[in-house]
Design a binder for this molecule. Structure first.
Ligand code: SF4
Length: 286
């Protein structure tokens, strides 16, 4: 299926957070609308596909709007948005991204995220959480190092399982091993690096997986689709083929008890460095 790719401009690239993200940052920022990882494994259960406001009836993974003025929009709006956050006694903090991936393949042609990171080096927020499913985040290492001297920076790399393939589902957008290696590079460069096991999928060798994460990341966050997909009971994900594929590997994995077991395993291996659900995304580990 061909990709519907358009170039658009936006008024304000900074969105004041609502809902579950309210606990994490004051603002969210999407360099693109749509996500070309939507055809990969993470796109199967991706909760963004349920937003009609975003898809406007288009197939998830089939469209991408490139926000060409993202950096200019950031620079034009960051002072006002900082004042808005400060009036509420909040830090001016940004989550990038909650409804796309900052390192979709098209990023390496259009450089929207790159230009935003440069703009943030010029006018930094207090904190940036950079969330991706791609190992290619490591290609921005020098820029990220520069930004880390100007603001608190946390790089979140989603790695939902240690399995390279889940039967019946498409391949990962980025191989598990390459994402782990990217984390290793980021951490070696002294960037605060977090593996987000989100949504948690059945793990083949939990002890080995968390031991590897303990080596390559500063912290880990576990998030199950139940309580983690923006609906109170995992209802959004239950409408997709993800739970059946998970249950075919391990029926127990579609329950919150599985998340708690995995979190207990992670805590044994990396005590004080494990976050669960939204508290973990907000940087609270125990
Ligand atoms: S990278 Fe994120 S936004 Fe894109 S399809 Fe995967 S889960 Fe959804």
């Amino acid at each position: 299926m061909p990709l519907e790719l358009t170039q658009v401009t936006v008024k304000n690239i900074l969105t004041r957070t609502t809902g579950f993200l309210r606990e994490v940052t004051s603002h969210s920022l999407q360099p693109y609308r749509g996500c070309t990882f939507g055809n990969a494994l993470c796109g199967v259960g991706c909760y963004v596909q349920h937003s009609r406001h975003i898809t406007q009836g288009r197939r998830w993974g089939g469209f991408l709007e490139v926000r060409t003025n993202a950096a200019d929009s950031y620079l034009a709006n960051c002072d006002r948005e900082r004042r808005w956050a400060e009036k509420r006694n909040e830090a001016f903090s940004i989550f990038c991204s909650s409804a796309t991936d900052p390192f979709v393949p098209q990023e390496f042609r259009y450089g929207i995220t790159h230009s935003l990171l440069e703009a943030m080096c010029e006018r930094p927020p207090d904190e940036l959480v950079l969330q991706t499913h791609s190992h290619r985040v490591a290609e921005c290492l020098p820029l990220l190092q520069q930004l880390a001297t100007r603001c608190r920076l946390r790089v979140h790399v989603s790695i939902e399982t240690d399995r390279e393939r889940i039967a019946g589902l498409p391949p990962h957008a980025s191989p598990v091993e390459r994402r782990l290696t990217a984390c290793e590079k980021l951490r070696a460069a002294r960037l605060f690096t977090v593996v987000t096991v989100s949504p948690l999928l059945p793990i083949a060798e939990p002890e080995r997986f968390f031991a590897r994460i303990a080596e390559v990341a500063d912290a880990v966050v576990l998030d199950h689709f139940i309580q983690g997909d923006g609906s109170h009971d995992g209802g959004r994900t239950l409408r997709t083929s993800l739970p059946a594929a998970m249950a075919a590997i391990d029926p127990h994995s579609v329950s919150l008890a599985y998340r708690d077991e995995m979190a207990a395993c992670a805590r044994r291996i990396m005590p004080g460095r494990v976050g669960v659900n939204i508290a973990g995304f907000a940087g609270r580990y125990g």
